[in-house]
Design a binder for this molecule. Structure first.
Ligand code: HEM
Length: 340
């Protein structure tokens, strides 16, 4: 099997992150294509001047944007975020064509790259959400619980997060879901630590999972632990970051999950919002309000080296000047199908 190199999806959590979500303006497709082809170069220019910053960027593309940008094969399971409606809580679907998940040890590195990408997209795409994420104490969320402990590691992380042989054109890619959640902090703080632990399903100070006897069926951990009939756990790779604004009274968790198939995080969201056989919904939702929700696909790195031709590149007259400028010969599809 030829493994396409993934984007830096499996990298460990960093102290700083910026999430940029953008929509493509009418007629902005050619500039966006050029920018997508250049993101790793821009990242090198910024990151090389900041040794030790570990600057990375994972670039992802939404379902409708895919058809506006590229001819040729699509990732097999790419679709819009469906939204989830439960009796008590809802997860809205919100616009987004592009996601730039920028991570580094320091915020200056993230900001410089975000600004550079924003400059390149000016006039071609509109940034509809910018969230500055930060590490909060020992990888805790703003609710005070350590977040990320049970993420899969090693081979398990590859299997959970990356597309494999089931979609050879997009091997090494990953499906991405992002959601912004806001926490009503006063209500959360009014609970005892013991009540909070029953809602999350782990202890607060030292982050141990509650015993089966103490684990409520509607805790966040119980609702999100999904075991197949053959005993295998269905997993995703989460890279959540806290964010907030004291002025706006916003205290939140930016949820970002990478998965080999969107069906796994979508099943988790169904269980959280619509319920399971044992739980009406995930109790964490009483203290976490979803305000955005968007789905994307993060292609493997070599996809950006040779972008597929644009959808209207059938004849020579339709080749965009920008495509010539970017050095693309429009043979991306051919090259990619040879990889397969
Ligand atoms: C308000 C937003 C969220 C917060 C604050 C949050 C927080 C947490 C915390 C503290 C844990 C326990 C430690 C750990 O294993 O990471 C956890 C586990 C987990 N969360 Fe979330 N989470 C949020 C949203 C979500 C969403 C939307 C999903 C899936 C759609 C999800 C999926 C999971 C999974 C799969 C686990 C691991 C369960 C296990 O195997 O023990 N989380 N989360």
């Amino acid at each position: 099997m030829i493994m396409s190199e993934p984007q830096p999806i499996l990298d460990p959590l960093t102290p700083a992150a910026i999430f940029l979500v953008a929509t493509i303006d009418a007629g902005g497709e050619a500039v966006v294509r050029d920018t997508l082809a250049d993101v790793q170069g821009l990242r090198r220019s910024v990151g090389f001047r900041l040794p030790g910053a570990g600057l990375t960027c994972v670039t992802s593309i939404g379902s409708a944007a895919w058809d506006r940008l590229f001819a040729g094969p699509r990732p097999a399971e790419l679709h819009e975020f469906p939204g989830f409606v439960g009796e008590h809580h809802q997860a809205p679907a919100t616009p987004g064509d592009l996601l730039f998940h920028i991570r580094a040890q320091n915020q200056d590195a993230c900001f410089e790259l975000a600004m550079t990408i924003g400059d390149r997209l000016a006039g071609a795409a509109t940034i509809v959400d910018e969230t500055v994420g930060f590490r909060y104490f020992e990888q805790r969320d703003l609710l005070g619980f350590v977040d990320g402990t049970e993420n899969p590691e090693g081979k398990g992380a590859y299997a959970a997060a990356l597309v494999g042989d089931e979609d050879p054109d997009f091997r090494g890619g990953s499906y991405v879901i992002v959601q912004k959640y806001l926490h009503p902090m006063a209500e959360w703080r009014a609970l005892s630590v013991e009540q909070q632990e029953k809602i999350i399903g782990r202890t607060k100070l030292d982050d141990f999972e509650l015993s089966d006897a103490d684990q409520p069926a509607d805790s966040h951990v119980a609702v999100n632990t999904i075991v197949d009939a053959d005993g295998a756990e269905r997993e995703i790779l989460r890279a959540n970051m806290p964010f907030g604004s004291v002025k706006d009274g916003e205290f939140g968790t930016y949820y970002v999950a990478y998965a080999a198939t969107p069906s796994v995080p979508e099943l988790m969201l169904t269980r959280m919002f619509v319920g399971t056989e044992e739980a009406a919904y995930d109790r964490l939702l009483d203290f976490s309000v979803a305000v955005t929700g968007t789905s994307f696909f993060a292609p493997p790195l070599d996809f950006f080296d040779e972008l597929p031709p644009p959808p209207d590149a059938g004849t020579a007259e339709h080749v965009q000047p920008n495509d010539i400028g970017s050095g693309s010969l429009g043979i991306g599809t051919l090259k990619r199908s040879m990889h397969a």
